[in-house]
Design a protein around this ligand. Structure first.
Ligand code: UD1
Ligand code: CA
Length: 401
């Protein structure tokens, strides 16, 4: 479900396109579905549908986009898929596009419990210290689920319940479709609630299981910018955790930001205040920072050293490149063991277009050099401190040897 207008986010961008560590929220939900082997993915889109589709154009081969012209609630969103689902006799997983912290492992547990328990519907729940805003799981004295009550419809006693609905559901598809027909918008918001479909399923005597399988930090649904920042922080922790498991040293995790798409090799050390944004690849044994900014499209091979206030954008740095202080290398290919002196930069933008700089292996670039692109420096060239180098100068360099 990804059709909702997000009034609480106060945004013109569809909510599911807001980014968490560099990727739109919806991308994480799709990943989770794919990794548990979901065979067909329907994404319900409404507000900003075109934008959502465009953003996912390159990775949408297995997606069927389903329009929900008016956002009448989560049950209505699922109902919009009716024509696609009605002939299907299997299980249907229903998830929210604004829950980026979902883990494939949790979905796997959900599927296992559902199959083992032969239930008509299974949902995974979480217990939160502060359940405000979430649907509450109401159980009877035996622990059986009786239904879900939305925050805005709770009695004071129900509001005190800490077990919540993170919106991870697995349904017997036919049971789901029949229940959806009976959902009425009898609530404070006058919406068709998917949570009410569960009450219908329970009331008609079907088996419904609620398993407390979602860790609190995984349950965060993003309805506001504040929650977006909470989700980003949690995701950042996960990204760094995985990198550390893969042999990367992160000296000060709280003061480091690494995009979820970044790849970093073994024994590379990330010093404090490093910001890695976009698809960045860093090899083994590199030392990055403190205070380095690596942007989209940067590829660092092995043993590269980047120091303070070094910015790299869309550039390839071969093995052993050193740029220790105050440099900008944008749209460049820097050869092996090149030394970039303090304050040296590529002047990659001529006011109209972006041009590329190529620096051959073993070049020595002194401090404060300006390399005016397009430029190609032959291997072994030495550029003195404070030099402004254009291609014609570089050609003369060749003549002098
Ligand atoms: C929903 C659940 C709530 C749960 C919470 C978990 C319902 C009624 N409530 O509440 O129990 O605790 O998620 O995060 O389901 N959407 C559509 N079409 C619509 C309405 C919503 O596609 O007509 C999409 C939204 O874009 C969003 C998702 O469904 O991705 C959930 O909708 P939202 O309005 O965020 O529901 P919550 O109030 O968070
Ligand atoms: Ca939500």
């Amino acid at each position: 479900m990804a059709a909702g207008v997000s009034s609480r986010m106060n945004t013109k961008l569809p909510k599911v396109l807001h980014e968490v560590t560099g990727r739109p929220m919806l991308a994480y939900v799709l990943d989770a579905c794919r990794s548990v082997g979901v065979s067909r993915i329907y994404v319900v889109v409404g507000f900003g549908a075109e934008q959502v589709r465009e953003r996912f154009a390159a990775e949408s081969a297995d997606i069927v986009w389903v329009p929900q012209p008016q956002q009448l609630g989560t049950a209505h969103a699922v109902m919009c898929c009716k024509e696609h689902l009605q002939g299907f006799d299997g299980q249907t997983l229903v998830l929210c596009g604004d829950g980026p912290l979902i883990r494939a492992k949790t979905l796997q547990t959900l599927i296992e419990k559902h199959e083992a328990g032969q239930s008509a519907a299974t949902l995974a729940t979480a217990v939160l210290e502060d359940p405000t805003g979430y649907g509450r799981i109401i159980r009877d004295d035996y622990g059986n689920i009786q239904g879900i009550v939305e925050d805005s419809d709770c009695t004071p006693a129900q509001r005190a319940v800490k077990e919540v609905n993170p919106s991870y559901y697995l349904f017997n598809n036919q049971v789901l479709l029949r229940a959806l027909e009976q959902v009425k918008p009898d609530n404070v918001k006058k919406e068709y609630y998917l949570t009410d479909a569960l009450s219908v399923i329970i009331a008609t005597g079907h088996k419904v299981i609620a398993v407390t399988a979602v860790r609190p930090e995984e349950a965060v649904g993003v309805n506001s910018r504040a929650q977006l920042s909470v989700a980003s922080k949690i995701m950042q922790h996960r990204v760094q955790q995985e990198l550390m498991e893969n042999g990367v040293t992160i000296v000060d995790p709280d003061n480091t930001w690494i995009d979820a798409r970044a790849k970093i090799g073994q024994d590379t050390v990330i010093e404090p205040f490093v910001y890695i944004q976009g698809e960045v690849k860093i090899g083994r044994g590199c030392r990055i920072g403190p205070f380095a900014f690596l942007r989209d499209g940067s590829v660092l091979q092995d043993d590269v050293v980047l120091g303070v206030f070094t910015e790299i954008k869309n550039a390839t740095l071969a093995d052993g490149v050193r740029a220790r202080h105050h440099s900008y290398l944008g749209d460049a290919d820097i050869g092996r063991n090149v030394n970039i002196g303090a304050g040296s930069i590529t002047a990659n933008f001529d006011g109209e277009q972006i041009n590329r700089t190529m620096v051959g292996d073993d070049c020595y670039i002194g401090s404060g050099a300006v390399l005016i692109a397009p430029l190609m420096l032959k291997a072994g060239a030495r550029i003195g401190a404070g030099t402004v180098v254009a291609q014609e100068d570089a050609d003369k360099l060749g003549e002098k040897g």
